[in-house]
Design a protein around this ligand. Structure first.
Ligand SMILES: [Zn+2]
Length: 293
C-alpha cells in the first residue's frame, strides 16, 4: 500500500513536470474511483468528492438527511430527535426551564417532534448569561435564536443556537414561555400579534402579566403538518375559507406596497401595516383593536 502511494506521488510529480504550465492542476492525478487527498489518493466509491469514511463525509451525509421531504415550501429540520447541548455553565433553574420547554413541545406536537441531550456535535447549541443585553434602542433582550447552518436548496435547517440572557425569568403560569418561544423560532415559526400567544413578540418575554399556558393551535397544526411529513393538518380553515397548511391568520406582515392589503386583511389605523381585522392599530409590531372612547 505504501509503495503504491509513493509510486503515485512520483507519477504526480512527473505529470506536472511534463505539463509545466500547471493548467492541468484541476485534473485529479488519481484513477477513479480514487480522488486526490492532499498529496495522496483516497477511495471515493460514492463519487461525492469526499474520501470515503472521512469526517467531512460523515458530516455531509448527516446534513442532507431529510425524513420530511414530502413537505415543500417550509424550512424544516431533516431528522428526529433534534439534539441539543448546554454549552456553558447555567443556573439550575435555567436548565430546568429549557428541559421543560423541550418536553412541552414534544408533548404538544404529539411526539412528532422530539429532542435529545448530547455532549458532542449538537443540532442546537444553548448558551446562558445572567447579565442583561440591550439592543440599539436600549430595549432589554431576553433571548436570541439563530439558525446558524442551513441547506437552502433542500429547505433544511441544519444547526441553530439560542442564547438566554434572562437568568431564569419565568412566566406567571409556570409555563416555560420564553424557552418554547425561542425554540419555535428555530422551527421558523413567525411572531403573532396576539398578546397571549406563545409567539407574541413580547408576551412570552415578560413574566409580570404572562398568561401563556400552551402553544397556539396554528403553530401546533403547522408543526404537525411538517413533522408528519405532510400527512396531518393539510388544511386550515380561516374565515370560512379552506387554506393550505401552516396558515397563520394572526401574523402581522409589513405592507409591501401602497395599494393596500391582501384579501382578508385590513389596513391598520397606524399607517403601513395589514391586520386580520378592520380598525386595528399596531403597537410594538402587534395588531390590537383600536378602541375609540
Ligand atoms: Zn421572538
Amino acid at each position: 500500500m505504501k509503495t503504491a502511494a509513493i509510486f503515485s506521488l512520483l507519477l504526480v510529480a512527473s505529470l506536472f513536470l511534463m505539463n509545466g504550465c500547471g493548467e492541468s492542476t484541476n485534473q485529479s492525478p488519481c484513477n477513479k474511483p480514487n480522488i486526490s487527498a492532499g498529496t495522496e489518493c483516497c477511495l471515493d466509491q460514492n463519487n461525492n468528492g469526499i474520501c470515503d469514511g472521512s469526517y467531512g463525509e460523515i458530516v455531509q451525509s448527516k446534513s442532507v438527511e431529510d425524513n420530511f421531504s414530502n413537505v415543500t415550501g417550509f424550512k424544516h429540520w431533516g431528522h428526529m430527535p433534534i439534539t441539543y447541548k448546554i454549552e456553558n455553565e447555567a443556573l439550575e433553574k435555567q436548565i430546568n426551564l429549557t428541559k421543560t420547554a423541550f418536553s412541552k413541545i414534544e408533548e404538544e406536537i404529539s411526539g412528532l417532534v422530539s429532542f435529545k441531550e448530547v455532549q458532542e456535535d449538537p443540532d442546537i447549541s444553548l448558551y446562558y448569561y445572567i447579565t442583561p443585553k440591550y439592543d440599539y434602542d436600549r430595549n432589554y433582550i431576553y433571548a436570541e435564536a439563530l439558525i446558524t447552518e442551513s441547506n437552502d436548496s433542500m429547505n433544511l435547517t441544519i444547526k441553530g443556537e439560542i442564547t438566554f440572557y434572562a437568568g431564569g425569568l419565568m412566566c406567571n403560569t409556570g409555563y416555560p414561555a420564553l424557552e418554547v418561544h425561542e425554540i419555535l423560532h428555530l422551527f421558523k415559526m413567525p411572531h403573532s400579534p396576539l398578546t397571549n400567544s406563545i409567539m407574541g413578540r413580547y408576551a412570552a418575554e415578560t413574566s409580570a402579566d404572562c398568561k401563556i399556558t400552551k402553544i397556539d393551535p396554528e403553530y401546533i397544526s403547522c408543526l404537525k403538518y411538517i413533522y408528519s411529513n405532510g400527512e396531518l393538518e393539510k388544511y386550515t380553515i380561516f374565515k370560512g375559507e379552506v387554506k393550505g397548511p401552516c396558515y397563520f391568520p394572526n401574523v402581522v406582515y409589513e405592507e409591501e406596497s401602497e395599494y393596500g392589503c391582501n384579501n382578508g386583511w385590513y389596513q391598520s389605523v397606524t399607517k403601513g401595516y395589514c391586520c386580520p381585522n378592520p380598525n386595528m392599530k399596531v403597537v410594538n409590531d402587534i395588531c390590537v383593536q383600536n378602541i375609540i372612547p
